[in-house]
Ligand binder design. Structure first.
Ligand code: FDA
Length: 396
């Protein structure tokens, strides 16, 4: 049977980075993936330019920007391998980048540069990458492990599980990491699609379907959590960064509050227009402040019609509330088909935060998205892949 020091399951962001780090230490590393190319999610990420980290991430805000049953779990890895550390790697590889907004860093050129950097680093340390090989199971044998693959068993002293979550099965997501963890007695928290568009019930969709394609700045809130970002009406419901962000917090049955004109006072603006001559139809008046179709929808939802001049401040306040505190009740999400990440995963209670090693299974490491650590949109999930991969790569 073929034997090596470390077999890494998954050639995504976390697996490639852990492999490069372990290989640099002189460990014999073999990275396996069933895909035909490594780092497929890196390639399509950030609209093809890979939002590879977020410069706003600090030790103070980290536990708020990552969701987990234990939000403090990620702090250890994130503070030992930081966004600045990854930026230094990117700079050393000569990859040009820029900051878009909210601390989000993107490649100037194609995301494939990041994949090339990771693969070059893996190779430079003598690590091997084998593609088109499906991992089926992992079992203990003696002090080490046997990885069962579509091409036969491979023996290893250590195994690093970096098989990602369940999102976008078409791109190779298999959920095998959860099954491997469970086969060793590790707990897996409830998993669900996150950073995902939300969908409306038929009757709501009938009212909003003609708004499909309208994008605007909005503030979307769930309880005390709010995001000020773009919102997009779709033919299935709502999308855009503000909705993707809040989707990680939303649960079936919950209502979202949407401010469609944050920082403005639409009722006051309409009252001003009324003073200047209110013969105009109320929906046409509102259409001066926002897209036409949206104005007609909101006026209808507020139960108003007729001329602006016919409406007193009370009616304008009702319309203002409709615009600044629109109550939205999605029925579901677009699911793993389009979700950027999987919320939940291998329980942090069963993993040592300082090493990413399973507490009860020496030599078994769990990193990246398969762990119950999920970041905000904006480069946080890749940073988790780098930080957790780096951590395991130092010790495995
Ligand atoms: P990842 O999913 O990257 O890798 C897992 C690997 O395991 C895959 O290559 C898969 O083929 C392999 N695998 C699975 N099962 C296997 C099996 N049975 N046998 C062999 N191999 C197997 N994040 C961010 O920070 N910035 C961004 O810009 C984006 N953009 C983005 C866009 C889109 C469309 C998506 C879907 C996601 C993002 N993300 C993102 C999220 C980011 O891609 C994600 O968090 C990381 O890729 C997770 O890295 P991992 O290495 O943990 O898993």
């Amino acid at each position: 049977m073929e034997k090596t020091d470390i077999v890494i399951l998954g050639a995504g962001a976390a697996g490639l980075f852990a492999g490069a780090e372990a290989a640099r230490r002189g460990r014999r590393v073999l990275v396996l993936d069933h895909a035909r190319a490594p780092g497929e999610k890196i390639r399509i990420s950030g609209g093809g330019r890979c939002n590879f980290t977020n410069r706003d991430l600090t030790r103070q805000n980290a536990s708020a920007r990552f969701l987990s049953a234990n939000p403090r779990f990620a702090l250890s890895a994130l503070s030992r391998f930081t966004p600045a550390d990854f930026i230094a790697r990117v700079d050393r590889a000569g990859i040009a980048w820029h900051e878009k907004h909210l601390g989000q860093l993107f490649c100037d050129g194609k995301a494939v540069q990041i994949i090339d950097m990771l693969c070059d680093d893996l190779r430079a340390g003598g690590g091997a990458l084998r593609l088109g090989v499906s991992v089926e199971a992992v079992r203990r044998e003696g002090d080490g492990f046997v990885v069962e693959t579509s091409e036969g068993p491979i023996g290893a002293e250590s195994v690093i599980v970096a098989t990602g979550g369940k999102s976008i099965p078409k791109m190779g997501a298999s959920g095998i990491g959860y099954r491997i963890a469970e086969s060793f007695g590790l707990r897996v928290t409830e998993t669900r699609p996150a950073l995902v568009p939300l969908t409306f019930a038929e009757q709501d969709l009938a009212k909003t379907t003609n708004l499909s394609g309208i994008a605007m700045a909005a503030r979307v809130s769930h309880g005390k959590t709010s995001f000020d970002e773009a919102l997009l009406f779709t033919h299935r419901g709502l999308s855009g960064p503000a909705i993707l962000q809040i989707s990680s917090y939303w649960r079936e049955g919950d209502t979202l509050r949407v401010d469609l004109a944050p920082g403005r006072d639409i009722a006051a603006e309409l009252a001003q227009m009324r003073q200047e001559g209110g013969k105009i139809a109320i929906h046409n008046a509102l259409a001066r402040l926002m897209p036409d179709k949206l104005a007609a929808f909101l006026v209808g939802e507020a139960g108003l019609s007729g001329r602006l001049a016919d409406h007193g401040n009370k009616a304008l306040a009702v319309l203002g509330a409709q615009i600044h505190a629109w109550q939205v009740r999605p029925v579901g999400s677009e699911g793993y088909r389009t979700a950027e990440v999987t919320l939940g995963g291998v329980s942090t209670e069963d993993i040592d935060a300082r090493t990413m090693e399973a507490r009860s299974v020496p030599g078994l490491y769990i990193i990246g998205e398969v762990v119950d650590v999920t970041g905000w949109l904006g480069g946080y999930n890749f940073q988790w892949a780098w930080s957790s991969g780096w951590t395991a790569g130092q010790v495995a």
